[in-house]
Every structure is written in C-alpha cells, then in structure tokens.
Design a protein around this ligand. Sequence first.
Ligand code: ZN
Length: 280
Amino acid sequence: MTLRFASLRGRSQLVVGDGTHSVDLEKASGGRLPADPISAFARWSEVRDFAATVTDPGVPFALADLDAPSPRPPQMFGIGLNYRSHAEESKMDIPTSPLTFTKFPSSAAGPAARIPVVGGMTDWEVELVVVIAAGGRDIAESAAWDRVAGVCIGQDISDRALQFATKPPQFNLGKSRRNFSPFGPWIVDAAGLADRDALRIAMTLDGEPMQSACTDDLIFSVPAIVSYLSGIVELLPGDVIFTGTPGGVGVGMKPPRFLAPGNTIVSTLVGHLSMSNVCE
Ligand code: ZN
C-alpha cells in the first residue's frame, strides 16, 4: 500500500486502511524511527521501507487533531502565476522563471484549521502542495521527485488588500497570516503515485465549484520548481512548496468575491484526499 504520512499532535503517523486510522511511527518501529515529523522526512526511504511492512490496523484519529503533515516547515515557498488561466485572470504576464514568494512557516495549519477572514479581501487558492524529504542543493530535474516525500492539497489563503497595499505588490505578508497555509490531511508518498505529473486539484466554496485543474498544466512542473529552488537555496527536510493556483480565485471574478465567516472551503486532490476548512 502507498505510504500516507500524517502528523498527529506533533507525532509521525502512518495512515492506514480507509483513512480513519493511523499507526504511530515511533512506537510501531520500536523506537527505531522518529516521532518528530521533520526527522522522519530526513529518513524518508527508511520510513517508506518500514511502512511497507506494517499490518497493524491502527487506532482511529480525529481529523481535528491532525497538524499540517509538516507542522512547522523550516522553509515554506509559494509559486505565483503558475497556471496560464490564473496569470490571465490576474492580467499578468506568463512568468519566464518561477515567481517565488515566502509563506512564513508560522502560517502553516492543519487540515481542519479555521480560516480567519481578515478585512474584506480574503481569498482562496487551491494548490498542490509538495513536502521535501532529504532535500539538498543543485538537484537535477530528473532527480527531483526522489527528493520529494509526498504531495497533498493546500490552500494558499491570501489577504489581497495586504498583498496590493504597496507598489510593487509584495506577496509574503498577505499570504502568511495565522492559519493562511492549511494543508494535508496527510501526504501521499511521491514514489507510489503513478499520476504524480498529472494530478487533478479542485475546490468548492459552500458546495459551489470554484477551481479545477490538472497539474500537467503547470507552467513550471514540480521537478522544475524543485530544481530551480535548490539551485539558489538549500532545500531542507520538511520544507513545503505551494505550487501555484489555477484560475477561479475570488479577486479575478466580476464582480470580485471574497471569503466570509461561515463559508466552507473543500479542497481536493482528486482520487486521493480532501480537506475542509470553515472560515470565521
Ligand atoms: Zn498561491
């Protein structure tokens, strides 16, 4: 079975069965593998090998008790304008190299996190999220998937007023408020994903479809992003990359539409997992 990895109250978990049960990695391995998720990402191939041997049915967990799969990433990157449909609705040029910004790690949040609506221009952005395993520098595109632990779904929540408060606009702060980076509910091992270069992502707002895309439409693919970033900064175990959002965000609508308290956002990595976040 493909390895699915979660963090439950700070402890590494293997998600088993129908996705309602998990096995504690450190306990099940007799202390050989780490409870700390970041340490587990650093030893990802060992985690994968061990997971393949697990037959324990696990114990039930509550989604509300899950942290982000990488609960406090050393570094968290966002890629802007990485789908043609979103670049066009934003009336921006198609980037010729990955437009990269920081989502500060303190904005990372679990899959059931409540999204604070701040001001009148809080917007949604469903994205494929990548968690780095061993990391390193100068990673070739052909080797990039080997440095990825796995993928999940995420929301790059954006305070558009803050994003565009300055000229030129800056993305970092407007995308880093409390709980503005929920992702999860767990990651699916990249090595076990036959469709890892063509994953469908989608989201609904109060049941209404808002965004849908396939990652084979990314302007810069996951391997291209990993290779590009690692040529500049050292990628570290547990680092997180939000790979960009497709068309259909609120600020691009006529008239623009933004999140309101009580809204429910359901974000899906089609065929694999989904998460639900309520705004407050
Ligand atoms: Zn984004």
